[in-house]
Design a binder for this molecule. Structure first.
Ligand SMILES: *Cc1c(COP(=O)(O)O)cnc(C)c1O
Length: 465
């Protein structure tokens, strides 16, 4: 006779009163322990029906306690970026300056004057906290900040171009990060796309034709931040478009995507687009991300002529895409740091990472390699290799950032096993595998990160014993 395989399955109440789970319940909410126990029992039941044995009660209780522990911790957590990609979109783009993080804390835990005018004891505007700063930094007449740059583009088109024809070069109909496509965002905003020119060449005369024929009542320039067209190309700069826009009193709009406020913020990357330059070249409204080359929180920043920015502030969508107080606090603190470009290069992690000199990176890679040799032990070979970092975040894809990494080139589980061990560390460490070696690019590491990497390496050595 064949025995019912589910017989061996423990009862829920027996399981939950196992000493391991009784002790877990002191640390972890009961609902989570019960949920983990249900999930585990279901998993074991299915396996038993498929012919597997039922694990002993003790082992089940241990696994349930571990699962409940994981469920009780936040899933979103700090990780260590050893990839050398500075603005890594999957890893949260720009790390905040400590000052910006403090500013977030200061408004997060209590009340703030978010929309309250302390001088006049009346309702204030959330834009006021960054508008004057943005204007003085870039020379803009007016400014506002919204949730992110995708929202800024959407609001700009909805408020200034809905129902109008908008001329865009065929070379600028970009897709950014999957879901953001210029033609689609335009359609959603009610603006009518008028493609001008060709993929590789768009001249002023192409825009002129669209304006003179009455097809276009606004001009949009999109910075092609994540790709480049090379070879026989021609692009019409803002400085040429501004004359056309002014002559016909049409708004010249510009989605800069990833840019610095002024060239002084980031002298190590002279090719980085600058918001101040776009305004000086005659753009009426420019928008860009707060967490790309600006080095701040997720935000969409809009600068430009007062009449256009006012129309955007008044549009009903402004409320839909408004920036939250935590991001606003981080943005204001970041802008305050950017007022002093020299010290900002030290104070903003993004700027120090992008501006790090190769010799400085080599010395740091040597320090990390020495630490890793000691922590991993004699079974591993660690060396220092030159490597290339990237700006990332769809910004400046052709810009190579020469640097150095600590490379684990040989040893047990190198590279995949060691990569997995690092990735599963309490603070996950993400690195690159290249030609069979595990590379840790020091450009994107803080001193604290390096300490954590050494702790992970010691744990690997302990497990190998
Ligand atoms: C990144 C980018 C966007 C989207 O910005 P988010 O901050 O991701 O919302 C829009 N346009 C361009 C040109 C970009 O580079």
């Amino acid at each position: 006779m064949c025995e019912n395989p589910l017989r061996a399955l423990p009862k829920m109440d027996v399981l939950l009163s196992h000493p391991i789970l009784l002790s877990a319940r002191e640390r972890i909410p009961y609902t989570l322990v019960r949920q983990a126990a249900r999930d585990k029992l279901e998993e074991v039941r299915r396996a038993a029906l498929a012919g597997a044995g039922v694990p002993p009660l003790e082992a089940l209780a241990g696994e349930i306690a571990a699962a409940a522990q994981t469920m009780s911790r936040p899933g979103l957590k700090r990780v260590i970026n050893a990839t050398g990609v500075v603005l890594h979109t999957n890893l949260g783009r720009a790390p905040l300056a400590p000052r910006a993080a403090e500013a977030v804390m200061a408004v997060a835990e209590g009340y703030s004057n978010l929309e309250y005018d302390l001088d006049n004891a009346c309702r204030g505007s959330r834009h006021s906290h960054v508008e004057a700063l943005l204007c003085s930094l870039t020379g803009a007449e007016a400014a506002m900040a919204v949730n992110n740059n995708a929202a800024a583009v959407f609001l700009m088109l909805s408020a200034l171009a809905a129902g109008k024809g908008v001329a865009v070069s065929r070379g600028e109909l970009v897709e950014i990060g999957g879901a953001f496509r210029v033609p689609e965002i335009m359609a959603a905003s009610g603006a009518v796309l008028r493609e001008v020119g060709t993929t590789n060449k768009t001249r002023l005369s192409d825009y002129e034709r669209a304006v003179l024929s009455g097809e276009a009542q606004a001009l949009l320039k999109v910075h092609t931040s994540n790709y480049q067209i090379v070879g026989f190309t021609e692009d019409t700069p803002l400085s040429q478009l501004s004359g056309l826009a002014a002559a016909h009193d049409l708004p010249l709009l510009c989605d800069l995507g990833s840019c610095v406020l002024t060239a002084e913020s980031l002298p190590s990357l002279p090719a980085a687009p600058s918001a101040a330059a776009a305004l000086a070249d005659g753009a009426d409204v420019v928008c860009f991300s707060g967490d790309k080359l600006l080095g701040g929180p997720q935000a969409g920043i809009v600068l430009g002529k007062k009449r256009y920015i006012d129309a955007m502030k008044r549009h009903p969508l402004a409320r839909v895409v408004r920036i939250d107080k935590l991001s606003l606090a981080a943005l204001e603190a970041t802008l305050l740091l950017l007022r002093a470009p020299e010290s900002a290069r030290e104070a903003l992690p993004l700027l120090s990472m992008l501006g790090a000199r190769p010799e400085e990176l080599r010395a740091r890679a040597e320090g990390l390699a020495a630490g890793l040799r000691k922590a991993l032990g004699e079974d591993y070979t660690v060396s220092v290799l030159p490597c290339t970092g990237q700006v990332g975040g769809g910004s400046m894809p052709n810009e190579e950032l020469p640097g150095f990494c600590a490379a684990v080139t040989a040893g047990p589980g190198v590279p995949e096993g060691l990569e997995t061990a690092f990735r599963r560390h309490a603070v996950p460490i993400l690195c690159r595998i290249h030609h069979g070696a595990l590379l840790l690019d020091v450009r994107t590491l803080s001193a604290e990160d390096e300490g954590e990497i050494l702790r992970a390496a010691e744990a690997v050595r302990g497990r190998n014993r």
